[in-house]
Design a protein around this ligand. Structure first.
Ligand code: 13P
Ligand code: SF4
Length: 298
């Protein structure tokens, strides 16, 4: 199967992009593995005829929006992100009506339609920098309320209004103080994604995006890490740093991130399915918001 996938990639002049939460066998065959921001930037730069995104739908949509001339496919059509579904265009319009002076910052974990209504997007890697770059005192921020609270703590002079108030990722919301306690008994550092609840973030030694975790581990130290995010992040870290000790939470599984198998990847390369198709007007408006984010940097 691996050989067939490699041969198909060459034959189709395809690039395979995988998120850090993909299973190790998919990561191993990918040309790019990264966090949401890294995948977006690489997709924008790609000159491949076919971009296969192994991740969830918003990641494939972002790739298409940033590089509309390319064919972008996602191997499994219904690999979605339940967090993204918390934010609807109607919620954004209604909140803008209530807060006409506020800027709208939409997390990349969102639909293309929501991004099209944003002033700027952000990822977990650059949320603080993006919000800090805006002149507005009030920020409507969605859909992740835990990330909104994280940004609020870093930028106390801003008023960050979560949109909607309870938007969350069920994988990260599942981390609790009991996990902190058991991590402490293992020793080492607690490394936490900013989608985790605030009380868990308060106990963390490092709060970072998945790409930030890769860079943080590279920066050294040989202590074990308890990694508070989706469990295949640890597969990525173990591959990159084989001598180091990383602990995952076995129950922290994003079901949508596990939908793509090697057989699905092979089929996507062979057939060019399932192509991401979005209305041009939505893509054009969403692109402006994403390009503004990229200009702000990580
Ligand atoms: P990153 O951008 O940190 O990779 O996060 C994406 C995501 O889906 C977190 O659950
Ligand atoms: Fe969405 Fe959570 Fe899965 Fe990330 S881990 S893709 S935020 S459901």
């Amino acid at each position: 199967m691996d050989q067939e996938i490699r041969a198909l990639k060459a034959e189709k002049n395809a690039v395979v992009m995988a998120h850090n939460y993909q299973p190790p066998e998919i990561q191993a065959l990918a040309d790019v593995v990264g966090d949401s921001l890294e995948l977006a930037v690489k997709a924008k730069e790609s000159r491949a005829d076919l971009i296969v995104v192994c991740g969830v739908r918003f990641m494939a949509e972002t790739a298409k929006i940033l590089n509309p001339e390319r064919k972008v496919v996602i191997p499994v059509k219904d690999a979605g992100c339940p967090l993204a579904d918390f934010l609807t265009p109607d919620l954004i319009r209604e909140a803008r009506g209530r807060h006409p002076d506020a800027a709208v910052v939409v997390y990349i974990n969102s639909t293309a339609e929501s991004k099209a209504l944003a002033d700027i997007t952000c990822t977990s890697a650059n949320a603080v920098r993006v919000v800090a770059s805006l002149p507005n005192d009030t920020i409507l921020f969605g859909p992740d309320a835990n990330l909104a609270a994280y940004v609020q703590r870093q930028l106390p002079k801003k008023t960050i209004i979560p949109l909607p108030p309870g938007g969350h990722c069920y994988v990260h919301a599942g981390f609790t103080l009991a996990d902190v306690e058991s991590a402490r008994t293992m020793g080492g550092r607690i490394v936490c994604h900013p989608e985790c609840p605030p009380e868990v973030q308060a106990e963390a030694d490092l709060i970072a995006s998945t790409g930030g975790m890769v860079r943080g581990a590279a920066a050294g130290g040989d202590e074990p890490w308890s990694v508070f995010t989706e469990r295949d992040m640890v597969s990525r870290l173990r591959t990159l740093y084989p001598g180091r000790v990383f602990y995952e939470k076995p129950e922290a599984i994003c079901a949508d991130m596990k939908k793509i198998s090697l057989a699905d990847l092979r089929r996507a390369l062979e057939s060019g399915e399932h192509e991401v198709v979005l209305p041009t007007e939505v893509m054009d408006r969403a692109r402006q918001a994403i390009e503004r984010m990229i200009a702000v940097g990580a």
